[in-house]
Structures are given as structure tokens and as C-alpha cells.
Design a protein around this ligand. Structure first.
Ligand SMILES: NC(=O)c1ccc[n+]([C@@H]2O[C@H](COP(=O)([O-])OP(=O)(O)OC[C@H]3O[C@@H](n4cnc5c(N)ncnc54)[C@H](O)[C@@H]3O)[C@@H](O)[C@H]2O)c1
Length: 260
């Protein structure tokens, strides 16, 4: 099955829409940057990986798209610097209408290895920044009376995967965060949803974790017997960012080939 952009929907509400994505330099985040930029949105993203982010900008620079994405190097665990970067991109993009809370780190950890500092660090990279990014962009969204926030969760806690106790705790919390934000921001016309990716075949997953044994576990678990390209997560992000999903909020959507 082709993952070419011309096979997928283009949303009439997305051209010129200001969109901000954390961790947009590689993996699912990069697929979201590419897909939203090709929809004609004004895209800004942060990442700590300069090399991957620059390569992404170079790839898109060769394409005839309405707005080339803006990149700022920022670490989402340094909240003051991260919020300042969001505020600069908010100015440059003309008021962020869509926030995609995507950055995370799924480094494996056994229970006996976890120190209090490591635990706090996992919450910082996988959870805390999602709330503070939402708090930052919500100010402008409330003034404009519209906005969409998309939080990236994970199938890992629902499947009960091992050696990830801090990561799965953060990812479970993101579903609660989604509902809490949606309730409070809904009266201002702001929608908040969560996407749960299954096993998505990103560069990092292939390099670090994808063995023939894991591939068999994933494909045995999924209803659909095909590993999932990041483009399919980006497609759902585009729908949730667009006005086509105007009455969808406080919900969790999976892209997992029917694994959970
Ligand atoms: N790939 C999967 O199978 C899968 C499964 C379930 C959930 N997810 C979730 O989807 C999202 C994207 O996952 P992915 O697989 O593309 O991850 P990835 O590790 O491939 O990419 C994450 C991106 O975030 C950036 N990043 C990491 N730490 C950062 C920091 N402190 N500050 C700024 N940027 C930082 C990385 O440089 C990278 O570009 C994450 O929220 C992840 O938890 C992915």
C-alpha cells in the first residue's frame, strides 16, 4: 500500500493554519511536520536533534509547498526555555491554532535501575511538557475562541509492556490530562484529543528494538498483518487538526492495526 501524499486526504481548513509540533525532527513527529506542511499549514517545530531536523528542512525545502516549516532547537525538559521557544514560534507563525505534543523518550528501564532522579527525568521528557505547552498555547487559543491540542499517548501501558514502568506511567497519565484539558478548554472552543500509536516503524524503533521476534509478536497481536508507517499517525493528526473533526474532543484514538 502506497504512503504517497497524493493517496491521502487534503483538508480545506488546513492551508495557512499555524501548527506547532514538539519532537518534530524525526520519527512520527517528522511525518506530522511533512504531512501538515504539505497540507499548506504554517508549521513550527522543536527538537534536540539538529541533524535530523535540518535534514527534514532540506527535504521539504526541495518541495513546492506554501510555507516552509520553522525549526527551533529546544529541549522540552527545560521548561522555561521550551515555553520561550513556543512563544517565539507563536509570534512567527501568527498564533498557534494546533499543538501536537509529540516529543518523548522510550528508553528501557528495569524496576531495580530506577532512581528518584531517573523517574523525575522520565516524567519531564514524557509528561510534564505536554501540560505546559498546552497551558502556553491555550492563552491565545482562548482569545481567538478556537484551537486543537493533540497529545501523543502510547499503547505500551494498555498492553502492559515490561522494562518501561516510568514511561508507561507518563503515557497513561496523558489520557487523563487529555480529558482534564478538554473539559476546561471546551467552553472556549478548544478541542483536546489523544492519539495512541501502536508499534510504528520509525527509524529509532527499527534501529533499537525491531528484531524478527518483536516483529512476530506485533504482527501476531495486530488484526492487520503489516507494520505501520508513521504516515498513518500523521493522517489522524491532520484529521484532528482540521475542522472536519470539529465535534471531536476528550477522546482517544488508536492507530495500532488492531493490537490493543
Ligand atoms: N514509534 C512507536 O512505535 C510509538 C508507539 C507508541 C507511542 N509512540 C509515541 O509517539 C510519539 C513519537 O514517537 P517516535 O517513535 O516518533 O519517537 P522518536 O524517538 O523516533 O522521535 C522522538 C523525537 O522527539 C525528539 N526528542 C526527544 N527528546 C526530546 C527533548 N527532550 N526535547 C525535544 N525533542 C526531543 C527526538 O529527537 C525525536 O526527534 C512519542 O510520544 C511516543 O511516545 C510511539
Amino acid at each position: 500500500m502506497s504512503t504517497d501524499q497524493d493517496q491521502f486526504a487534503l483538508y480545506p481548513s488546513l492551508p495557512d493554519r499555524p501548527v506547532f509540533i514538539s519532537g518534530g525532527g524525526s520519527g512520527i513527529g517528522a511525518a506530522i511536520v511533512e504531512h501538515l506542511a504539505r497540507q499548506g499549514a504554517r508549521v513550527g517545530f522543536v527538537d534536540t536533534d539538529d541533524g535530523a531536523s535540518t535534514a527534514l528542512l532540506d527535504r521539504l525545502g526541495a518541495e513546492d509547498i506554501a510555507h516552509q516549516p520553522l525549526f527551533e532547537r529546544a529541549d522540552v525538559t527545560d521548561l522555561d526555555a521550551y515555553i520561550a521557544a513556543i512563544e517565539r514560534l507563536d509570534d512567527a507563525l501568527g498564533g498557534i491554532d494546533v499543538l501536537v505534543n509529540n516529543a518523548a523518550n522510550d528508553q528501557r528501564h528495569r524496576i531495580d535501575e530506577v532512581t528518584p532522579a531517573f523517574w523525575r527525568d522520565r516524567m519531564a521528557v514524557n509528561l510534564d511538557h505536554q501540560f505546559f505547552a498546552a497551558q502556553t498555547v491555550a492563552k491565545g487559543m482562548v482569545e481567538r475562541g478556537r484551537g486543537a491540542i493533540i497529545n501523543m499517548g502510547s499503547c505500551s501501558w494498555r498492553l502492559g509492556l515490561g522494562e518501561l514502568s516510568a514511561y508507561v506511567t507518563a503515557k497513561a497519565a496523558i489520557e487523563g490530562l487529555t480529558n482534564g484539558l478538554a473539559r476546561e478548554l471546551g467552553p472556549s472552543g478548544i478541542r483536546v484529543n489523544c492519539i495512541i500509536p501502536g508499534f510504528i516503524k520509525t527509524e529509532r524503533q527499527v534501529k533499537l528494538w525491531l528484531t524478527p521476534e518483536l516483529e512476530k509478536i506485533v504482527l501476531d497481536g495486530q488484526c492487520l498483518k503489516e507494520l505501520i508507517d508513521p504516515a498513518y499517525v500523521a493522517n489522524l493528526v491532520a484529521f484532528l487538526a482540521s475542522d472536519d473533526s470539529r465535534m471531536c474532543t476528550s477522546a482517544t484514538y488508536t492507530v495500532d492495526g488492531g493490537w490493543i
